[in-house]
Unconditional design. Structure first.
Length: 76
């Protein structure tokens, strides 16, 4: 009686043709790390913009201004 169980054929598919190597991400994009960092920066900027819009913050203070405690009482 013949054995109809599927045998492993290495890098060949069911029809006996050689399987093609699937292209890797690094093949299309030579520097994926920089691409991801740019995407992260874009997403971060979008989220910060949306959060500020939700909270109603109009003007962002620079770090130098926010560290001065005397900055609160300015003459009109």
């Amino acid at each position: 009686m013949p054995n109809f169980a599927q045998k492993s054929k290495g890098n060949k598919d069911a029809m006996g043709y050689k399987k093609k190597r699937t292209p890797l991400l690094s093949d299309k994009n030579p520097d994926p790390i920089n691409e991801r960092m740019g995407l992260l920066d874009t997403i971060k900027a979008m989220v910060e913009k949306e959060v500020k819009k939700q909270l109603g913050i109009k003007k962002e203070k620079s770090p130098a201004e926010s560290q001065n405690p005397e900055d609160g009482d300015q003459p009109p």
